[in-house]
Design a protein around this ligand. Structure first.
Ligand code: HEC
Ligand code: HEC
Length: 368
């Protein structure tokens, strides 16, 4: 009798187990939905800091999500009159920037800022030249709605996507649900942008010990990273603001390009008068490909950029102190007094940041 009871108990437990399992099951059409984690190749010297970890936790990259994001990035369906896509202003061959000083939106209207290069943004925490947006998921929705860019309302975007069998299928594969929402749209776009990692430039290969830099490139790198001390050490102080390995900065800085401000930059975000003319210290990866330069694309070449830092820094009330006091000659600030050879060496170093693997990577190219 005892044994029979025991047996019944065991059957009962198995029965409950099966019943519960049945309840857990997803509806039949979603049963096979199981997005594949997307593996990012991140070199050790990039650092895997908290910001990166947190961002990947909030929006984990999947193969299906990145692929959906890539389609959306290259699709003109996101613009009012089907004329432009994200890729119109962020072109792969120019390091995901635009060679035009000001890009044209759907209405043929120009913006007042230069299109930004999209690369290694996983390590960024503020977006746009003035840092007015704090997450990439929020950022990617701005150009869609901006009247001088894609000029769309989000409801219309969702309607178009819902009417597309291809997108319905892609959203389902990426997010395991038929429902297409703004949240999923932004997550997919952000996943693609996050996957745009450049790590195969000559500089990277040097960092990994795979090759040597030429003596000029090495000296250019040293100059780039060194704050000058007259009569002791020569430097160009770039590394005071542009930090390795992406050559970007966490703080907003005024690099002395203006004394009268057409565009107040970061001040519009903080309302702090001391922030006038401060802009994001953008990263310099692929910089030789992303001309023109600065928030308003005022410089056409890297030579012009160097001329600015060498001799045209505006000694203003708000210019960054690190630039104001930098010079290779006692009492010479804010002029650096770089020699022609030194400028040449810095330029050669900046060219080591060009990553041809990145700009030709088919994973980042148009799927159409
Ligand atoms: C008409 C041109 C244009 C289009 C289309 C466009 N962008 Fe941009 N993008 C810009 C400009 C200009 C900026 C800088 C704007 C500013 O700072 O005010 C920018 C900035 C960005 C940034 C910020 C980068 C950083 O370092 O902070 C991201 C990310 C971005 N765009 C992604 C996208 C995505 C995704 C799309 C498509 C949904 C898109 N862009 C469509 C011109 C464009
Ligand atoms: C005080 C901080 C600071 C120093 C020092 C500095 N920069 Fe910058 N850099 C910035 C900021 C801020 C921007 C963006 C400014 C803007 O758009 O108005 C910038 C922009 C640039 C750009 C244009 C990027 C683009 O995508 O348009 C280049 C190139 C550049 N810097 C190179 C250098 C070099 C080379 C040096 C050294 C000679 C240097 N920087 C020194 C802060 C600095």
């Amino acid at each position: 009798m005892k044994n029979i009871l025991k047996l019944l108990a065991v059957y009962y437990i198995i029965f409950i187990h099966i019943a519960c399992k049945k309840q857990d099951n997803k509806p039949p059409n979603l049963q096979e939905c199981n997005p594949t984690p997307y593996s990012l190749e991140i070199p050790s010297y990039f650092g895997n800091n908290d910001t990166v970890q947190q961002r990947l936790r909030n929006n984990p990259l999947t193969v299906e999500g990145v692929e959906l994001g890539r389609h959306l990035f290259y699709d003109k369906i996101l613009s009012e009159n089907y004329t432009i896509s994200c890729a119109s202003c962020h072109q792969q061959k120019y390091g995901f920037s635009d060679p035009h000083r000001f890009s044209l939106g759907t209405q043929g209207i120009q913006g007042k800022r230069n299109s930004m290069a999209l690369v290694n943004l996983l390590w960024t925490r503020d977006f746009f030249w003035d840092g007015r947006v704090k997450t990439l998921e929020e950022q990617v929705l701005h150009p869609i709605q901006d009247p001088i860019e894609m000029n769309m309302n989000l409801q219309e975007v969702l309607n178009r996507l819902k009417n597309s069998p291809k997108y319905r299928e892609m959203f389902r594969k990426a997010f395991c649900s038929d429902e297409i929402t703004v949240d999923k749209l932004s997550k997919a776009l952000a996943q693609f942008v996050n996957s745009l990692i450049s790590k195969d430039s000559k500089f990277d290969k040097f960092m990994r010990g795979e090759l040597f830099l030429t003596p000029n490139e090495r000296e250019g790198m040293r100059m780039f990273q060194t704050h000058p001390i007259p009569n002791r050490v020569r430097g160009a102080n770039c590394g005071d603001c542009h930090f390795q390995p992406h050559f970007d900065g966490k703080d907003f800085k005024n690099n002395g390009i203006d004394s009268i401000y057409q565009d107040v930059g970061y001040q519009a975000v903080t309302n702090n008068p001391f922030d006038i003319g401060k802009f994001k210290v953008v990263n310099l990866r692929n910089i030789a490909l992303t001309a023109p330069y600065m928030h308003d694309g005022r410089f056409n070449t890297l030579e012009e950029v160097l001329e600015h830092y060498d001799k045209h820094v505006k000694l203003g009330e708000f210019t960054d102190p690190l630039i104001m006091e930098a010079s290779n000659i006692n009492g010479g600030a804010p002029r650096l007094f770089l020699t022609n050879l030194e400028k040449q060496q810095i330029l050669e170093f900046l060219h080591t940041l060009t990553d041809t693997v990145f700009i030709n990577n088919p994973k980042f190219s148009s799927p159409f």
